[in-house]
Design a protein. Structure first.
Length: 461
């Protein structure tokens, strides 16, 4: 056996392989657990765990805090929480490890299964203050085994020239964004209104549901490629392959910078919004974690709209290539922080900003996100050589790792800069990254874009 093992022809659902449905819903439950946990994390740290009487109970926290102080300097409670949540971005670094494990030793199905179990265990341990650092570590490792490999399996459902791949990743993001919308409402309400451990426990239970869905669809998933000694006949990487790999690697920092504002949603945006947005609706004090659900609603709407729009566009004219969509989306994301900067100017003693500013922020951020992330992931899945495809999907996750790390680091500047300049700074960072991605399209489009364009002529499916 050599080269890529193609997925067998299988029955389809709505024009896509049935295996996509199982992968989408397994990922949806995993994202529920991840974002349910993440919606609570910053508030849990600021309002509970980092307060005197609680932080002393956490195993290993003193040396952990000393390490962070050495790396970042003296941190306030809010700054410490921001950095810790930023470090949670390691969930996007560990998929590189998970891709290597799957490519070299265990295969994707076993690696994903192990990851789901480890993640669920980590969520359950979040219910106990003492095991906080252990729980975070397990979640980091579990996501690493799960996230990149399931995305790689989505890509492998399609042939190298199948134009449905880009749409498949948008469907992938659309469906799991539904659960991302629900997760902060369920986990956030349980955590803020009942008890923190109820919110974290709900995340663990839903992770187990995701594992059940994934294992029930095994017969529809792409077959495992040979590994270890059986993989010695694989075609070696060519010079052209290495050029593509290097170009993809060069894009990572700028894709990460493009997502810095999006990752702030779970760090400083949620705490700033908690204090500065008018969250009282018809006499009900809305938990600030619901701001994450608002983000998910907008993301879901614009993902669905993007899928429909590009479907309509392709019937009348040539669809833009992936790099064009990515660069344009970056500029849309750069506009989003300006809405928060404007909102900060309306905040005065005794008066909070209208939620309409949050909605305006979400419109621009999620309109950009809808084409930036799924399309760039599809680009990596298509361009990366098959010999290292899983590993390169793991490498792609570094974009979110960088975005989280940068967003967490920038959080310490919110107080000294003030909200207006803080959000303005984010707009400048994202806009600069969009300019560089536009230059990638100008300089390297011929290398990364198929000569016939990203959407080849339809086959009869």
């Amino acid at each position: 056996m050599s080269g890529t093992v193609a997925a067998p022809r299988q029955k389809e659902f709505l024009g896509h392989p049935v295996g996509l449905i199982y992968l989408v819903f397994a990922e949806a439950f995993e994202r529920f657990s991840y974002y349910g946990m993440r919606a609570l994390l910053t508030l849990y740290l600021v309002q509970h765990l980092l307060l005197p009487g609680h932080v002393e109970k956490v195993w290993g926290f003193i040396p952990f805090k000393s390490f962070l102080t050495g790396a970042y300097g003296q941190l306030s409670t809010a700054g410490l929480a921001s950095v810790i949540v930023g470090l949670y971005g390691f969930t996007y670094l560990t998929p590189l490890m998970g891709g290597l494990i799957a490519d070299r030793w265990l295969g994707r199905t076993k690696t994903i299964t192990i990851g789901a179990i480890v993640m669920a265990f980590g969520h359950f341990l979040m219910a106990f203050e003492q095991s906080f650092l252990i729980a975070l570590t397990l979640i980091l490792l579990g996501v690493g085994c799960f996230k990149g490999n399931i995305s790689s399996q989505v890509g492998k459902l399609y042939g190298p020239e199948d134009e449905r791949r880009g749409t498949a990743f948008q469907i992938f993001y659309l469906v799991f964004n539904t659960t991302v919308m629900i997760a902060p409402i369920i986990c956030g309400t349980l955590g803020q209104k009942v008890a923190w451990h109820w919110g974290f426990g709900a995340a663990g239970v839903l992770m187990l549901f995701g594992l059940i869905v994934y294992l029930s669809g095994r017969k529809y998933l792409p077959p495992e490629e040979p590994r270890g000694k059986l993989a010695t006949d694989k075609t070696p990487l060519t010079r052209k392959d290495w050029i593509k790999i290097l170009l993809l690697l060069a894009m990572i920092p700028f894709l990460g910078l493009s997502l810095v504002m999006n990752e702030q949603i779970f760090i400083n945006y949620i705490t700033w919004g908690n204090d500065n947005f008018n969250l009282n609706l018809m006499g009900f004090d809305v938990p600030s974690t619901w701001l994450v659900s608002l983000d998910s609603v907008c993301s879901m709407v614009f993902l669905a709209g993007s899928i429909a729009f590009w479907k309509w566009w392709s019937l009348k004219r040539k669809e833009p290539d992936e790099l064009t969509k990515i660069a344009f989306s970056g500029f849309l994301c750069a506009v989003a922080p300006l809405a928060l900067a404007a909102a900060s100017m309306t905040v005065t003693p005794g008066h909070k900003a209208s939620l309409w500013w949050a909605i305006l922020f979400e419109v621009f951020n999620d309109l950009g996100f809808a084409n930036l992330v799924p399309v760039s992931l599809a680009l990596f899945a298509r361009v990366a050589p098959q010999q290292v495809n899983g590993t390169m999907i793991g490498v792609y996750m570094l974009t979110f790792f960088l975005a989280d790390m940068i967003a967490g680091y920038l959080g310490e500047f919110l107080a000294p800069l003030g909200a207006f300049h803080f959000w303005l700074m984010h707009g400048a960072i994202v806009a600069g990254a969009a300019v560089v991605l536009f230059l990638f399209w100008l300089l390297f489009g011929k290398v990364l874009i198929p000569e016939s364009g990203p959407h080849l002529k339809h086959e009869a499916h």
